[in-house]
Design a protein around this ligand. Sequence first.
Ligand SMILES: [Zn+2]
Length: 119
Amino acid sequence: MPPIARVRYRKGMSMSLGEKMKPVLEARLTALKRGVADIDQTLREPDSQDFEERATENEGDEVLEDLGKAALSEIAQIESALERIAAGTYGECVTCGAEIAPARLEAVPHAAQCIKCAS
Ligand SMILES: [Zn+2]
């Protein structure tokens, strides 16, 4: 076997943390975007003519809007994590440059800061 093939094989076997987390982040991003689309759809539905029903719907709309905002902020964080993977800086704290603990990235794959800077 030519040596180059062995090198390629070995390189493929040792994935970087960013490469490992990319599918996780992408799956989460897809799910969040779908959720936001559902929320938009629900919020666009016309309000009921009945006053009491409308009041209940408005309360529900507020909860949905909060959920939507939370989802949008997570989407933004995931997109910037994907950019860091592409740039090769994933896993480094954006504030102090220290390595973010792998356990933290497994719990929060889009974490941009080490535990020290985040707390
Ligand atoms: Zn830090």
